[in-house]
Design a protein around this ligand. Structure first.
Ligand SMILES: [Zn+2]
Length: 290
């Protein structure tokens, strides 16, 4: 009888212990549950602007994303219906980096949708985002980029081998060269914060002004507009220009070479094109990574 009582007490103790461990397991699952909605494609990630997600959150996001969305690539073709491997045939003006501080040569890549029979470049083909990120500038018929959108991608949005590429590239620093451009005071000032680098991608000469706002999050493959010839374009094409610089170093519209350009637009343009704080990357180099 005494033995039965001891066994009973022991069993009771074990049951209580199990309950306790189950309780703590449930508590530790909670953060994952709250993070799950962040990675579904239809929802906007809720990273606070300018704040980097902590290492732990990033790891959880990547793990969950790998299970839920195994087929979403980190890099997408910028032209709707065209594979990345087909893009070489669409280049109408290749990347031709300028002398440091100069606004000449071709600082991006032009893609044209040429009709097979007439050999005429067409408007209207869908333009989609290459790398996910956050909108920092939307331009509505401003010269020279026309209707355009600028998106910045932090490390979280870049393939791992690309992050290594960025780290091994030349760090953004001022070129300190007398540019031929007229630039408002402050165009070459150092960025206020120099703690995080990112890749900036500009899509220009679109048919219409992109229906996005500064701060919007965008996923690779999202449609941002259609090929047009707004701004400084002699024929319909998409101009893609990629640079890397510090996060939050440029916000708002850019314009130059036009009397309607505001001082702020000119300052942004000078900073982007000739200051040295935004180092050029060949867009085809990014597209060949995956
Ligand atoms: Zn171009």
């Amino acid at each position: 009888m005494k033995m039965t009582r001891i066994i009973y007490v022991l069993l009771l103790y074990l049951l209580t212990a199990c309950n306790a461990s189950v309780q703590s397991a449930v508590t530790s699952i909670k953060p994952t549950e709250t993070l799950l909605p962040l990675i579904t494609k239809t929802m906007t990630p809720v990273f606070t602007r300018g704040v980097t997600p902590t290492e732990d959150i990033r790891e959880t996001l990547e793990t969950v994303e790998a299970v839920e969305n195994p087929i979403i690539p980190m890099i997408s073709s910028p032209i709707e219906g065209k594979a990345i491997s087909d893009l070489v045939d669409m280049i109408s003006n290749p990347f031709y980096p300028p002398v440091e501080g100069s606004d000449d040569p071709h600082q991006g890549v032009d893609f044209s949708d040429v009709d097979n029979l007439s050999r005429i470049a067409l408007t209207g083909k869908g333009v989609q985002v290459m790398i996910g990120g956050q909108v920092v500038s939307v331009m509505s018929n401003r010269f020279p980029y026309g209707n355009a959108i600028l998106i910045v991608s932090t490390e979280d949005y870049l393939p791992e081998n690309w992050i290594n590429n960025i780290l091994s590239s030349k760090k953004p620093i001022p070129w300190d060269i007398n540019t031929a451009l007229t630039c408002p005071e402050g165009w070459n000032f150092p960025p206020e914060k120099q703690d995080q680098l990112g890749v900036y991608t500009l899509y220009a000469h679109l048919l219409d002004a992109p229906n996005y706002e500064i701060g919007d999050f965008i996923t690779p493959g999202d449609k941002i507009g259609a090929i047009g010839m707004s701004g400084n374009a002699l024929a319909p094409h998409l101009h893609v220009e990629t640079r890397y610089g510090y996060i939050a170093d440029l916000t708002g519209s850019m314009a130059h070479y036009d009397v309607s350009a505001s001082l702020e637009e000119m300052l942004n343009y000078c900073r982007w094109r000739v200051s040295g704080w935004f180092r050029l990357i060949d867009p085809m180099e990014i597209l060949s990574t995956n």
